[in-house]
Ligand binder design. Structure first.
Ligand code: COA
Length: 159
């Protein structure tokens, strides 16, 4: 059986922390699906199509990684994509409570799909998409935190 991991998130925008995690996962699984949630509740800064396009550009070159947008229940999307694992990142203890709740609810909804966690490299432990957006909005340098294409997209939006 192929090991297929679904890595869901809002990716608003994708950061080097996300990419680090995806590269680690790509070594462990046959296929990694980066699943970008429409997530209207979070009122995303970039529209879904642009978040998908940016992630595709950033992850180009990773043969077993694909990027897809979704606007249905996460476990439903995982079933459709035949994923056996939902992958999430744990950056700090503060992430744990929400992740535990999400993993437990997803198991209740789809008992056959396991949630697994990876930790990003320590230099990315403090990055979040909203911090990156805030730094860019105030004309700070986001070079260490995002791919050049993402930096350009942020610059264009805040121009
Ligand atoms: N590097 C950098 N940042 C990271 C990171 C990493 N490795 N891992 C997480 N983050 C950051 C994100 O940038 C984001 O930062 P922000 O809040 O400042 O924007 C934050 O951590 C959390 O984001 P993310 O991991 O993208 O999760 P989310 O909470 O935005 O999305 C979903 C959660 C998409 C998985 C969830 O909403 C979902 O499953 N939606 C589908 C609908 C559904 O099924 N709902 C019921 C679930 S039981």
């Amino acid at each position: 059986m192929k090991k297929i991991a679904l890595y869901p998130g809002t990716f608003d925008p994708i950061t080097n922390g996300h990419s680090d995690l995806i590269q680690r996962a790509a070594k462990l699984f046959d296929k990694v699906i980066v699943a970008i949630a429409a997530n209207p509740n979070k009122k995303p800064f970039f529209p879904l199509e642009q978040r998908v396009e940016l992630a595709q550009r950033v992850l180009r070159g990773h043969k077993n990684v694909v990027v897809k947008g979704f606007d249905v229940l996460l476990v439903e999307f995982a079933r459709r994509e035949k994923a056996n694992v939902i992958l999430r990142g744990l950056r700090a203890v503060s992430d744990f409570e929400y992740e535990f709740q999400l993993a437990t609810m997803n198991r209740r909804l789809a008992p056959k799909i396991e949630t697994m966690f990876l930790t990003p490299a320590e230099q990315y432990a403090y990055i979040s998409s909203s911090l990156v957006r805030e730094i860019a909005a105030l004309d700070g340098d986001v070079t260490p935190f995002v791919h050049p294409n993402v930096k350009a997209a942020l610059r264009q939006r805040f121009r």
